[in-house]
Design a protein around this ligand. Sequence first.
Ligand code: ASN
Length: 301
Amino acid sequence: MKDIRKTHLGIVSGLLRYTTEYFHANGFTQLMPVILSPVTDPLGPDPGSTVIKTGEVEYLGQRLSLTQSMILHKQIAIREGIEKLFIISPNVRLEHPKRKETGKHLFEFSQVDFEIAYGTKDDVFKLMESFVSGAVSHMKIHHAEELESLDRRLPLIGGPFKRYTTHELKDKYGDDWEMIASKETTQPFWVLDHSREFYDKEDPDKPGHYINYDMIYPEGFCEGLSGAEREHEYDIIIKKIEKHGLDKTRYGPYLDLAKTGLTPSAGGGFGVERLARYITGAKHIGDVQLFRRVPGEPVVV
Ligand code: ASN
């Protein structure tokens, strides 16, 4: 194996260890992932998405989807009474081959998905600002030689991160706001108010605005986390599913539970490989995977 590949994998391993310890130390229960389920994240509507189709398996007469994210399962777990949870979960998103060029897309990756019962966006911001700042300093101390061999001079970071809205960044930088704003800074930042999936909460005081957020890595590494405060009221969820033109029958088991009451929560998820790419400075995200899953590249093993 090439030395550089080994170095990347050593850093991924260090990040997994740091992540697991961080969430445990903060009182989160680690859950096992599910890979097949009748319900999964619709990942939209999102005009920017290039997911071609949802992976599906027919098994004993049931149509099961491959997990695109565990968001709906997180809401169900919170409803079951688990107050703070996280999962390192394989996500399959069958992206268009043109995504190979972005350097940040994979069609199979691992997401650290977490959720906090009765949490707010500020709880998530605090948790993640301390997580990312801690990850950077941890890696600089404990993986100094590897970072040196990659010639990665990783700037230290600290919270609180700046907060913007999608609207102000679009007005300032145009449609390519994410890349331009990311390249202009050495510090991660938050971008609030994205019009997207039904499970992200619409601001009751400002219809058409959303209490959701992305965390953007600096230096051109772009989006690393997305999350939100959640819709938990059945009537609102149904209205949004209808408005988005989604097939209600695909969400049957989730909706049955929502009808009997979901618990308010907030959370988010970040890709392990995107975090590793930012830490290592890898040119392409596929370089931090041992078994590459890059859209448009044949799968070797
Ligand atoms: N994990 C994200 C969340 O918690 C959802 C996603 O990955 N699409 O909101």
